[in-house]
Design a protein around this ligand. Structure first.
Ligand code: 5GP
Ligand code: ZN
Length: 115
């Protein structure tokens, strides 16, 4: 599926819902989380609608590699110099709230880190 008309992140990718974009190419889109858990909190999403990591196959290995390696680059560009976290929540027990695959990349001074 390329876009889900009911999906909030598909709408962000399409520019139908505003976001603070930090990066875009043919495959991925990155923007600041609206309720940051850290001083710098970016979400990296595939442009194509994939509901979660539970739907991912080996065909998406390159896409996931691109998403994960983009994280460090964006943290550097955003001035994060002392480390960061990558998080992907999957499914109800994984704490996933938005069912369009997204990688959280969080950095900045450490007191925010809870668990
Ligand atoms: P999840 O729990 O699914 O891993 O995380 C979803 C994340 O999406 C949350 O951190 C939440 O703050 C973020 N989010 C939800 N709706 C929006 C939105 O409309 N805009 C932005 N920028 N972030 C959103
Ligand atoms: Zn979507």
């Amino acid at each position: 599926m390329s876009a889900d008309p009911n999906c909030i992140f598909c709408k962000i990718v399409a520019g139908q819902i505003p976001s603070k974009k930090v990066y875009e190419d043919d495959d991925v889109f990155a923007f600041h989380d609206i309720h940051p858990w850290a001083p710098v909190h970016v979400l990296i999403v595939p442009k194509r609608h994939i509901a979660s990591m539970a739907e991912v196959t080996e065909a998406e290995a390159g896409l996931l590699g691109k998403m994960t390696t983009l994280g460090p680059r964006l943290m550097k560009e955003l001035g994060v110099t002392n480390g960061f976290r990558h998080v992907i929540n999957t499914g109800p027990d994984g704490g996933q709230e938005v069912y369009h695959l997204h990688l959280h990349v969080m950095g900045g001074p450490r007191p925010w880190l809870k668990g």
